[in-house]
Design a protein around this ligand. Structure first.
Ligand SMILES: Nc1ncnc2c1ncn2[C@@H]1O[C@H](COP(=O)(O)OP(=O)(O)OP(=O)(O)O)[C@@H](O)[C@H]1O
Ligand SMILES: [Mg+2]
Length: 217
Protein backbone atom coordinates (compact mmCIF):
# COMPACT_ATOMS: atom_id res chain seq x y z
CA UNK A 1 0.00 0.00 0.00
CA UNK A 2 1.28 3.40 -1.08
CA UNK A 3 -0.08 6.20 1.00
CA UNK A 4 0.02 9.99 1.08
CA UNK A 5 -0.99 11.65 4.32
CA UNK A 6 -2.01 15.27 4.43
CA UNK A 7 0.55 16.57 1.94
CA UNK A 8 1.08 20.34 1.82
CA UNK A 9 3.16 22.28 -0.67
CA UNK A 10 3.49 25.84 -1.82
CA UNK A 11 6.19 27.53 -3.83
CA UNK A 12 8.40 30.24 -2.35
CA UNK A 13 7.62 32.54 -5.26
CA UNK A 14 3.95 32.65 -4.24
CA UNK A 15 3.74 31.91 -0.51
CA UNK A 16 0.13 33.05 -0.22
CA UNK A 17 -1.00 30.30 -2.58
CA UNK A 18 -1.07 26.61 -1.62
CA UNK A 19 -0.55 24.24 -4.49
CA UNK A 20 -1.25 21.17 -2.35
CA UNK A 21 -3.37 21.90 0.68
CA UNK A 22 -3.75 18.59 2.49
CA UNK A 23 -3.69 15.78 -0.03
CA UNK A 24 -4.27 12.24 1.21
CA UNK A 25 -4.39 9.19 -1.02
CA UNK A 26 -4.13 5.42 -0.73
CA UNK A 27 -3.16 3.11 -3.54
CA UNK A 28 -3.56 -0.58 -2.75
CA UNK A 29 -1.07 -3.23 -3.85
CA UNK A 30 -1.50 -4.03 -7.52
CA UNK A 31 -3.90 -1.16 -8.01
CA UNK A 32 -3.71 1.67 -10.53
CA UNK A 33 -5.05 5.05 -9.47
CA UNK A 34 -5.45 7.98 -11.87
CA UNK A 35 -4.89 11.62 -10.94
CA UNK A 36 -6.77 14.05 -13.13
CA UNK A 37 -6.78 17.82 -12.99
CA UNK A 38 -6.30 20.99 -14.98
CA UNK A 39 -2.92 22.12 -16.19
CA UNK A 40 -1.06 23.72 -13.31
CA UNK A 41 -3.20 22.04 -10.63
CA UNK A 42 -0.17 20.30 -9.15
CA UNK A 43 -0.42 16.75 -10.52
CA UNK A 44 3.23 16.49 -11.50
CA UNK A 45 4.31 18.11 -8.25
CA UNK A 46 2.33 15.52 -6.29
CA UNK A 47 3.91 12.70 -8.29
CA UNK A 48 7.36 14.17 -7.69
CA UNK A 49 6.63 14.17 -3.97
CA UNK A 50 5.72 10.47 -4.19
CA UNK A 51 8.96 9.86 -6.10
CA UNK A 52 11.04 11.86 -3.61
CA UNK A 53 12.09 14.45 -6.19
CA UNK A 54 10.30 17.19 -4.24
CA UNK A 55 9.79 17.38 -0.49
CA UNK A 56 6.41 18.22 1.04
CA UNK A 57 6.30 21.01 3.61
CA UNK A 58 3.94 19.02 5.74
CA UNK A 59 2.56 15.51 5.56
CA UNK A 60 4.16 12.17 4.84
CA UNK A 61 4.56 9.44 2.26
CA UNK A 62 4.22 5.81 3.34
CA UNK A 63 4.87 2.49 1.68
CA UNK A 64 3.81 -0.81 3.25
CA UNK A 65 3.65 0.72 6.70
CA UNK A 66 7.00 2.53 6.55
CA UNK A 67 7.38 6.31 6.49
CA UNK A 68 9.51 7.01 3.41
CA UNK A 69 9.13 10.80 3.38
CA UNK A 70 12.84 11.33 4.01
CA UNK A 71 14.10 8.56 1.70
CA UNK A 72 15.94 9.74 -1.43
CA UNK A 73 14.36 8.72 -4.76
CA UNK A 74 16.84 5.94 -5.52
CA UNK A 75 16.06 4.21 -2.24
CA UNK A 76 12.29 4.19 -2.69
CA UNK A 77 12.33 1.46 -5.34
CA UNK A 78 9.84 3.29 -7.54
CA UNK A 79 10.08 3.59 -11.31
CA UNK A 80 9.17 6.81 -13.06
CA UNK A 81 8.00 7.35 -16.56
CA UNK A 82 7.37 10.80 -17.92
CA UNK A 83 6.13 12.03 -21.26
CA UNK A 84 9.60 13.07 -22.27
CA UNK A 85 11.48 10.74 -20.00
CA UNK A 86 14.48 10.54 -22.26
CA UNK A 87 16.01 7.21 -23.07
CA UNK A 88 19.81 7.29 -23.17
CA UNK A 89 20.65 8.34 -26.73
CA UNK A 90 24.17 6.89 -26.61
CA UNK A 91 22.94 3.39 -25.73
CA UNK A 92 21.12 0.97 -27.98
CA UNK A 93 17.63 -0.20 -27.09
CA UNK A 94 18.77 -3.35 -25.26
CA UNK A 95 21.29 -1.48 -23.14
CA UNK A 96 18.70 1.13 -22.24
CA UNK A 97 16.55 -1.64 -20.78
CA UNK A 98 19.54 -3.42 -19.20
CA UNK A 99 20.67 -0.21 -17.48
CA UNK A 100 18.59 -0.62 -14.31
CA UNK A 101 19.60 -4.21 -13.53
CA UNK A 102 23.28 -3.34 -14.18
CA UNK A 103 22.94 -0.45 -11.71
CA UNK A 104 21.47 -2.95 -9.25
CA UNK A 105 24.58 -5.11 -9.62
CA UNK A 106 23.44 -7.72 -12.14
CA UNK A 107 26.27 -8.85 -14.43
CA UNK A 108 26.18 -7.18 -17.85
CA UNK A 109 25.71 -10.34 -19.87
CA UNK A 110 22.82 -11.47 -17.71
CA UNK A 111 21.23 -8.01 -17.64
CA UNK A 112 21.36 -7.91 -21.44
CA UNK A 113 19.74 -11.34 -21.65
CA UNK A 114 16.96 -10.24 -19.35
CA UNK A 115 16.55 -7.03 -21.32
CA UNK A 116 16.32 -8.96 -24.58
CA UNK A 117 13.66 -11.27 -23.11
CA UNK A 118 11.69 -8.23 -21.93
CA UNK A 119 11.97 -6.61 -25.35
CA UNK A 120 10.68 -9.76 -27.01
CA UNK A 121 7.67 -9.78 -24.72
CA UNK A 122 7.04 -6.16 -25.65
CA UNK A 123 7.14 -6.91 -29.38
CA UNK A 124 10.50 -5.21 -29.75
CA UNK A 125 12.68 -8.28 -29.99
CA UNK A 126 14.19 -7.21 -33.29
CA UNK A 127 15.08 -3.73 -32.08
CA UNK A 128 17.66 -4.60 -29.43
CA UNK A 129 20.61 -3.30 -31.43
CA UNK A 130 18.85 -0.22 -32.73
CA UNK A 131 19.67 3.30 -31.61
CA UNK A 132 16.73 4.60 -29.59
CA UNK A 133 16.23 7.65 -31.79
CA UNK A 134 15.53 5.45 -34.81
CA UNK A 135 12.38 4.11 -33.06
CA UNK A 136 8.93 5.63 -33.41
CA UNK A 137 7.40 7.57 -30.50
CA UNK A 138 5.23 4.62 -29.51
CA UNK A 139 8.13 2.21 -29.67
CA UNK A 140 10.20 4.52 -27.52
CA UNK A 141 7.46 4.62 -24.88
CA UNK A 142 7.34 0.81 -24.93
CA UNK A 143 11.08 0.74 -24.36
CA UNK A 144 10.63 3.22 -21.51
CA UNK A 145 8.00 0.95 -19.91
CA UNK A 146 10.24 -2.11 -20.38
CA UNK A 147 13.05 -0.18 -18.74
CA UNK A 148 10.77 0.80 -15.86
CA UNK A 149 9.35 -2.68 -15.25
CA UNK A 150 12.52 -4.75 -15.60
CA UNK A 151 13.80 -3.57 -12.23
CA UNK A 152 10.61 -4.88 -10.60
CA UNK A 153 9.87 -1.58 -8.90
CA UNK A 154 7.64 -1.40 -5.83
CA UNK A 155 5.46 1.12 -7.67
CA UNK A 156 5.24 2.70 -11.09
CA UNK A 157 4.67 6.45 -11.43
CA UNK A 158 3.43 7.58 -14.83
CA UNK A 159 3.18 11.26 -15.71
CA UNK A 160 1.22 11.75 -18.94
CA UNK A 161 3.12 8.92 -20.58
CA UNK A 162 1.31 9.15 -23.93
CA UNK A 163 0.73 12.86 -24.36
CA UNK A 164 3.35 13.16 -27.08
CA UNK A 165 1.66 10.46 -29.20
CA UNK A 166 -1.21 10.66 -31.66
CA UNK A 167 -4.72 9.60 -30.64
CA UNK A 168 -4.77 6.16 -32.29
CA UNK A 169 -1.45 5.15 -30.82
CA UNK A 170 -2.44 6.51 -27.40
CA UNK A 171 -5.46 4.29 -27.39
CA UNK A 172 -3.47 1.24 -28.38
CA UNK A 173 -0.78 1.87 -25.78
CA UNK A 174 -3.32 2.42 -23.00
CA UNK A 175 -4.64 -1.10 -23.37
CA UNK A 176 -1.19 -2.52 -23.80
CA UNK A 177 0.27 -0.71 -20.77
CA UNK A 178 -2.69 -1.67 -18.65
CA UNK A 179 -2.19 -5.31 -19.51
CA UNK A 180 1.51 -5.22 -18.69
CA UNK A 181 1.03 -3.30 -15.47
CA UNK A 182 -1.65 -5.79 -14.38
CA UNK A 183 0.43 -8.77 -15.42
CA UNK A 184 3.35 -7.40 -13.38
CA UNK A 185 1.00 -6.96 -10.38
CA UNK A 186 2.27 -3.39 -10.24
CA UNK A 187 1.00 -0.63 -7.97
CA UNK A 188 0.74 2.46 -10.14
CA UNK A 189 -0.22 6.12 -10.17
CA UNK A 190 -1.16 7.54 -13.54
CA UNK A 191 -1.20 11.31 -13.98
CA UNK A 192 -3.26 12.35 -16.96
CA UNK A 193 -5.65 15.06 -18.07
CA UNK A 194 -7.44 12.56 -20.30
CA UNK A 195 -10.43 11.02 -18.57
CA UNK A 196 -10.77 8.25 -21.17
CA UNK A 197 -7.20 7.26 -20.58
CA UNK A 198 -7.87 7.19 -16.85
CA UNK A 199 -10.95 5.00 -17.39
CA UNK A 200 -9.03 2.61 -19.59
CA UNK A 201 -6.14 2.20 -17.19
CA UNK A 202 -7.16 2.88 -13.61
CA UNK A 203 -9.48 1.26 -11.07
CA UNK A 204 -9.96 4.55 -9.23
CA UNK A 205 -9.56 8.18 -10.16
CA UNK A 206 -9.21 11.43 -8.25
CA UNK A 207 -9.38 15.01 -9.41
CA UNK A 208 -6.86 17.48 -8.05
CA UNK A 209 -8.45 20.88 -7.70
CA UNK A 210 -7.67 23.84 -5.49
CA UNK A 211 -5.04 21.82 -3.71
CA UNK A 212 -7.21 18.90 -2.65
CA UNK A 213 -8.37 15.60 -4.12
CA UNK A 214 -11.97 14.77 -4.92
CA UNK A 215 -12.95 11.18 -5.68
CA UNK A 216 -14.24 10.66 -9.23
CA UNK A 217 -14.75 6.91 -9.17
N1 LIG B 1 9.96 24.14 -8.79
C1 LIG B 1 8.92 24.99 -8.87
N2 LIG B 1 9.02 26.25 -8.37
C2 LIG B 1 7.97 27.10 -8.44
N3 LIG B 1 6.78 26.78 -9.00
C3 LIG B 1 6.64 25.57 -9.51
C4 LIG B 1 7.69 24.59 -9.48
N4 LIG B 1 7.24 23.45 -10.05
C5 LIG B 1 5.97 23.71 -10.44
N5 LIG B 1 5.61 24.98 -10.11
C6 LIG B 1 4.28 25.56 -10.34
O1 LIG B 1 3.31 24.80 -9.67
C7 LIG B 1 2.13 24.68 -10.44
C8 LIG B 1 1.77 23.23 -10.63
O2 LIG B 1 2.72 22.61 -11.48
P1 LIG B 1 2.59 21.08 -11.90
O3 LIG B 1 3.68 20.83 -12.87
O4 LIG B 1 2.56 20.24 -10.68
O5 LIG B 1 1.15 21.07 -12.60
P2 LIG B 1 0.43 19.92 -13.44
O6 LIG B 1 -0.89 19.69 -12.81
O7 LIG B 1 1.32 18.76 -13.59
O8 LIG B 1 0.22 20.64 -14.85
P3 LIG B 1 0.28 20.01 -16.34
O9 LIG B 1 -1.05 19.31 -16.55
O10 LIG B 1 0.39 21.22 -17.21
O11 LIG B 1 1.46 19.11 -16.44
C9 LIG B 1 2.39 25.45 -11.72
O12 LIG B 1 1.81 26.72 -11.61
C10 LIG B 1 3.90 25.52 -11.79
O13 LIG B 1 4.32 26.68 -12.48
MG1 LIG C 1 2.31 17.88 -15.21
Amino acid sequence: MLELRDIHKHWEASPEWSLLAGVSLRVGAGETVALLGASGSGKSTLLKIVAGLEAPERGSVWFDGADITALPPERRGFALMFQDFALFPHLNVRDNVAFGPIEQGVRKAEARERAQAMLSRFGLGNHGDARVWTLSGGEQQRVALARALITQPRALLLDEPFSALDAALREQLRAEFRERITEAGMTAILVTHDEQEARAMAQHAWALRDGTLAALW
